[in-house]
Design a protein around this ligand. Sequence first.
Ligand code: NIG
Ligand code: FE
Length: 413
Amino acid sequence: MLTLIRNIKRLYGVDESHRSFRAGKEMAEFPFIDNAWLLIRDQRIVDYGRMPEDDGQHSAYDSDRIIDASGKMVLPAFVDSHSHLVFAASREEEFVMKIQGKSYEEIAAAGGGILNSATHLQKMSEKELYKLALERLQEVIAQGTGAIEIKSGYGLTVEDELKMLRVIKRLKNIAPIPIKATFLGAHTFPTEYKNDREGYIRLILEEMLPKIEEEELADFIDVFCEQGFFTPAETERIVEAGKKHGLIPKIHGNQLSVSGGVQVAVQTGALSVDHLEHMGEAEIEALRNSGTMPVGLPNCSFYLRMPYTPGRQIIDSGLPLALATDYNPGSAPSGKMSFVYSLACIQMRLLPEEAINAMTINGAYAMGLHEELGSITKGKFANLIITKEIPSLAWIPYAFGSEWIDKVMIKGH
Ligand code: NIG
Ligand code: FE
């Protein structure tokens, strides 16, 4: 099946350099071709060019389907490298508590937070969980997400962590978009292990990890490295054990404090370290030449009214930055990447080009998919957004309430 998209006002994100990500000043470049065409064979991009010069050539292609994109732009679809999209129930009671002045930590200490989500999830069947997660997945795909990472971490028992991961595996098998699964058993200590941290860590190491490997349920391992949650030493122990079971680390670090999460991520060779609302010079230095992608989650900062990841400083230091939604019921109840886009520009002072690189090629790196997705590159999956007739790239984050997507194409469909 050959699909030709013609008369594209501007084809964005064109890159044949096969880079793994963009860092520092390169993040301000989001190369484009004006008045372009793009050819897709089955699931992948095969060729593209400029309309007038190559007119004869592209009309020679015997396309099965032609899409006219006059006045419209084409972009690589978003890559959401951090989500908790499998959950049982929303938590708007906590939202109201927050309006009344309670902090995230106070809500968690009162039995809310992650433990609240775990109580609901433990009671729900795999089938029902799957149904809810699938609806959310379909919603975010329609909003332009072309690949997503999904974490466990609301089970917190052997059976319920496996249940969550089996739901993610089922989603992987049927979803049109690539999905990566992350085991986050170390999200918090369950109430019954509050005074037996060693007991819960051993449950993760001795019971959860072997079963996850046996059933091939996860790609990555994550730990919430934070004061009141898992210490850097516990984080290291858990991710090192995960590595022995074939999992690659991705760590929640420095959300509520300078937690040591960045250093432990770099030391353990993590693919990414996510949140980073609290960063010092030492953290920036630790990330330099590390291979660990810093990931900001601005929907979470917005929702919790907390500091934003210092994305401007991270990029100005020459580092790469990725951005993701953190879609979850407690700290970021939205999987909408275009809202991330607006917050990145408005609150983090990223240029529109920097922010979209952070949500495409750099997000793809943060989930190990940069060879398949994240740019308009020959051979990559044709996971694309065709915009409505909008004036410019900057208009997308600027007009933060407007609908700007005309069509989402996933693997050529
Ligand atoms: O990434 N920080 C840890 N975990 C989630 C929030 C979990 C929750 O409140 O349910 C996050 O923000
Ligand atoms: Fe998270």
